[in-house]
Design a protein around this ligand. Structure first.
Ligand SMILES: Nc1ncnc2c1ncn2[C@@H]1O[C@H](COP(=O)(O)OP(=O)(O)O)[C@@H](O)[C@H]1O
Ligand SMILES: [Mg+2]
Length: 260
């Protein structure tokens, strides 16, 4: 995929494959194109060139809501909870794209709609239970701690039981305890069969939970491999630390030094 903006190429001929059932991380310095890549996959912006296939289907021209209906869900880099709504209501908003009822049955609250509403509430509660917010379902979202608000966004995304979940910097702003709990949650979701694609700057978190890592720099894919291989890759170290530091680290490693 390629995505151009006036004067720059945010994502430049990036070719990648996300395997079902895995936890796949995308890393890279600020401005590398990670969020744009997520916007392309989720259908928020169209690609300038290229193709996106999801679950065996070409979805390049499908709008975001149609991709969501196929089982694609995401969270955003910046918190997007409805502060004045309750935790449960926030989780329910993740299911609106899926509600099948037509307008008359919603307005008149016909039995079919009420049954559907009950199912939606049950799903939303199950999602809150998974992220550990079941006991806060009745509170206003604004009363939640920062870490809990991020968990609420994940609950909203997983309520429709997506096949693929995109998490854009889920650990950003979290303290170490919240980040550790997030790792447990992401692993649990993966264990339940949800494929996870995530962007994250916390390298400890990335190396700990991912089985595959793609590295972007200036819109290009500069490396992809297992976490262990990424850590040792000179091109990756250089992208993060700059040429001089990378050279000094390499020299230090040759001299048998530790740390830097
Ligand atoms: N809507 C947009 N209009 C113009 N430039 C954009 C837009 N979105 C992103 N960019 C640019 O594309 C590049 C990649 O941005 P982004 O995907 O947000 O990077 P990352 O998430 O890796 O930090 C940046 O240079 C950014 O300024
Ligand atoms: Mg970003």
């Amino acid at each position: 995929m390629t995505r151009r903006y006036a004067g720059l190429i945010a994502v430049d001929s990036v070719d990648m494959q996300v395997m079902p059932g895995g936890i796949h991380a995308v890393i890279g310095p600020n401005g590398a194109g990670k969020t744009t890549l997520f916007n392309l996959v989720s259908g928020l912006v169209p690609p300038s060139a290229g193709q996106i296939r999801f679950a065996g289907q070409d979805v390049t021209r499908l709008p975001a809501n149609r991709r969501a209906a196929l089982g694609l869900a995401r969270t955003f880099q910046n918190i997007r909870v409805f502060a004045a709504m309750t935790v449960l209501e926030n989780a329910l908003t993740g299911l609106h794209a899926r509600l099948a009822s037509n307008l008359p049955s919603v307005v008149l609250r016909l039995p079919a709609f009420r049954a559907e509403e009950r199912r939606a509430v049950a799903r939303a509660r199950a999602a809150l239970d998974l992220v550990g917010l079941a006991d806060k379902a009745g509170q206003r979202a604004q009363a939640l701690s920062y870490g809990d608000q991020r968990r609420l966004e994940i609950a909203r995304a997983i309520a429709p039981e997506p096949r693929l979940l995109l998490l854009d910097e889920p650990a950003a702003g979290m303290n170490p305890a919240e980040t550790a709990a997030l790792a447990v949650l992401v692993r649990r979701l993966s264990g339940l069969g949800t494929t996870v694609l995530l962007v994250e700057h916390d390298m400890g978190f990335v190396m700990d939970i991912s089985d595959r890592v793609t590295v972007l720099n200036f819109g290009r894919r500069i490396f992809e491999g297992a976490p262990h291989d990424v850590r040792q890759e000179p091109a990756v170290i250089e992208a993060y630390l700059g040429h001089k530091v990378a050279a000094r680290l390499a020299a230090g490693a040759r001299a048998g030094m530790r740390g830097a």
